[in-house]
Design a protein around this ligand. Structure first.
Ligand SMILES: [Mn+2]
Length: 424
């Protein structure tokens, strides 16, 4: 399903008058909003190919109907998100769930839809049909050099697919670890993993980055070989200047101070990518900002301050991706809500007066420091986001547009009620 620019324009037309009124009110109270609107309209987020279908849990799966069953349909869905939001303009492929068997044709379709290819993702956490050796006891950490070599070769194959599509980075997330005390020699597991990562890193194209994603627990419950940002940073530092840590918001132990982690990784020039989602307990993969939007805002405060200090581009210098899984909601509605939450947190964090904050911190004015954050957080930035969207030809209210244009019904009519996404 593809939307015509006219459909978006028609949807927006009746909403422009109240929007203008809200924008004028904002400028009267807060001053000129032009630079904020510009930054929001420039922001871009990638969508993973596995988030377009219902993820389900290990207990059950309840498909939404009209799910994209093949890669072309996944691209079409992200194209739909791009038309509606203007912000979601890239797809992150998971290999082998989404192998681009005809890279030329896939690239052509992406060009037509105005999409980029974000980081490619390798998978050594499952055994695939016909695979020679099993990853049951890990992949890059494995005691058997043959298994490690197989995992290395898979990652090289993923890089090759990505290269054909114009990707510039690979994300490596390993399920490696142990579930029982005594099962694993931690030092050997680390060294084996490092040597395997190094073998992949040596073949990384010059203009590529490698992202090393950590996770505190699951599927292993006693130790994870890349279990936290310290371990990821250790691998990335040993590997070299093109290896970075990737932070997934759901991959920490409860109550971890993620904003502090982000601040320090940025300070060290080692934050490379970011996976957005939200959680109450563990890796819940819920809609971004649905549980703790204030934490998301605090994270963006550190991201912006850290990136500005290093002269980094908010748009291009970190890999932004939504990494969520949808069990109850229409996956596209969930992604629209996630994009909304990200832009809202980003825009609110842009409102923070960093000079005043720095002064208040220097003076140890705890109350004022907190107030400066909360004043920004409590400001309603929705009109700025709508205006940013209008300027890039997107819907001023993407969720309502998605519903009023009856997108899911059309997808079901095109693909059928039983169509199911590959992947999780
Ligand atoms: Mn992730």
């Amino acid at each position: 399903m593809r939307l015509k620019p006219q459909q978006i324009e028609d949807f927006n037309s009746s909403r422009l008058k109240p929007l203008k009124f809200q924008l004028d009110a904002f400028s009267t109270i807060h001053g000129d909003a032009e630079s904020l609107i510009k930054k929001v309209s420039d922001f871009r987020i990638a969508i993973p190919s596995w988030a377009l279908g219902t993820g389900g849990t290990r207990f059950g799966r309840f498909p939404a109907g009209g799910e994209p069953a093949i890669l072309d349909e996944k691209l079409e869905d992200v194209g739909l998100l791009r038309s509606l939001t203007g912000t979601a303009d890239a797809i992150s492929l998971h290999i082998p769930w989404d192998i681009p068997s005809n890279a030329f044709a896939v690239r052509q379709l992406a060009d037509e839809l105005g999409l980029r290819f974000d980081a490619v993702n390798s998978n050594t956490f499952q055994d695939q049909p016909g695979q020679r050796l099993s990853y049951k006891f890990g992949s890059m950490q494995h005691t058997d050099p043959g298994v490690r070599q197989q995992a290395i070769e898979h990652n090289l194959e993923v890089i090759e697919y990505g290269r054909q599509l114009g990707s510039k980075s690979i994300t490596v997330w390993l399920a490696d670890g142990s579930s029982f005390p005594g099962q694993l020699n931690f030092r050997n597991a680390f060294q084996n993993t490092f040597q395997s990562l190094e073998a992949v890193y040596k073949h990384l194209p010059e203009d590529w980055k490698m992202f090393i994603e950590y996770k505190a627990f699951e599927p292993n419950f006693y130790s994870m070989t890349v279990g936290d940002w310290g371990q990821s940073l250790l691998f990335a530092s040993k590997l070299g200047s093109r290896a970075f840590t990737l932070v997934d918001l759901g991959h920490h132990l409860p109550n971890a101070n993620i904003e502090q982690i982000v601040a320090l990784l940025l300070m060290e020039g080692k934050l490379g990518g970011f996976h957005f989602n939200d959680s109450k307990y563990g890796d819940d993969d819920l809609t971004v900002g649905c549980i703790n939007p204030y934490q998301l805002f605090l994270i963006f405060n550190e991201l912006i301050a850290g990136m500005d200090e290093r002269g980094m581009s908010h748009t291009a210098d970190l890999g932004w991706m939504i990494d969520a899984s949808h069990n109850l909601k229409d996956p596209l509605e969930d992604l629209i809500q996630s994009v909304d939450a990200i832009l809202t947190a980003y825009c609110k964090a842009l409102l923070i007066d960093q000079i005043k904050l720095n002064n208040a911190q220097r003076e140890n004015d705890v109350v004022l420091s907190q107030e400066l954050l909360q004043m920004a957080y409590l400001t309603d930035v929705r009109p700025l986001i709508s205006e940013a969207r209008r300027r890039i030809g997107a819907a001023v209210d993407p969720l309502t547009a998605y519903r009023s244009l009856k997108c899911r019904a059309e997808l079901i009519a095109d693909r059928g009620k039983a169509s199911r996404a590959t992947g999780l």
